[in-house]
Design a protein around this ligand. Structure first.
Ligand code: PEP
Length: 252
């Protein structure tokens, strides 16, 4: 049975002490809500990971990073390796976020290398894919997502593929307040699952968690999560406010 996952992506927000407060608040509210159905992941900026994974000892969430190097180790000034993340007990890592694809020109091949490094270190990649507005207007959104999925994911052996979480994030919905409708999300998630059926078979496809991301918030999460192929969310802005994040988690 695939997992229901709600992952917060804090992006480049919060000071160290604000981050401590938010981790404490989310942890306490999660305890009070006692929701055992959902795996909660919080993806903090790199400098807070060690502090954040310490919080996991008291609270029921996992910690993720927002990026990782495509290189394993060596002379790559400023890069952070998967092995370093593992040494801090990081359990998840976002890869291929549209902000990294657009602003830092990440390619499908680089994203694949990053996932290989993460899997070697037993860290679960949260692989992001999604089309820009122009692709959707030109009715190319299925082709665009298919190419991202095929080029970055379909080289993995089934045992490795099985560990990867997918996040469909239409770029036009990220940070814009413009959410995909629940039907648009379901249509794309079902399409992605059908690609997995073709490549790896029904069982693996059934076990793959596919999250929706893009202006998912406390008001619209329940409608999105009610869809058969939407297994949770990757949440940006709304994950920075404890009460909103908890409402989203409780929307299942
Ligand atoms: C994201 O950063 O992955 C995201 C979905 O952001 P937002 O929820 O703010 O649109």
């Amino acid at each position: 049975m695939r997992k229901k996952i709600v992952a917060g992506n804090w992006k480049m927000n919060k000071t160290f002490s604000d981050a401590e407060d938010l981790l404490q608040e989310i942890g306490e509210e999660l305890q009070a809500a006692n929701n055992t159905k959902v795996q909660v992941v919080i993806c903090t900026p790199f400098p807070y990971l060690e502090m954040a994974t310490d919080f996991c000892q008291d609270f029921d969430y996992s910690i993720g990073a927002q990026n990782v190097s495509e290189y394993e180790k060596g002379a790559y000034t400023g890069e952070i390796s998967a092995e370093m993340l593992q040494s801090l007990n990081v359990e998840y890592c976002i890869v291929g976020h549209s902000e990294r694809r657009t602003l830092f020109h990440e390619t499908n091949e680089q994203i694949k290398l990053k996932m290989e490094n993460l899997l070697k270190q037993d860290i679960i990649p949260i692989f992001c894919c999604g089309e820009v507005l122009k692709d959707r207007e030109e009715n190319k959104h299925f082709d665009v997502v298919k190419k991202q999925v095929e080029e970055s994911l379909f080289g993995f052996q089934p045992l490795d593929f099985n560990k990867i979480v997918i996040a469909y994030e239409p770029v036009w919905a990220i940070g814009t307040g413009k959410t995909a409708t629940a039907d648009q999300a379901e249509e794309m998630h079902a399409f992605i699952r059908s690609l997995i059926v073709e490549k790896y078979g029904k069982e693996l496809a059934r076990n793959t968690s596919i999250l929706y991301g893009g202006s998912c918030n406390a008001k619209n999460a329940a409608e999105l999560f009610a869809k058969e192929n939407v297994d949770g969310g990757l949440i940006g802005g709304a994950s920075l406010i404890a009460a909103d994040f908890i409402t989203i988690i409780d929307s299942f």
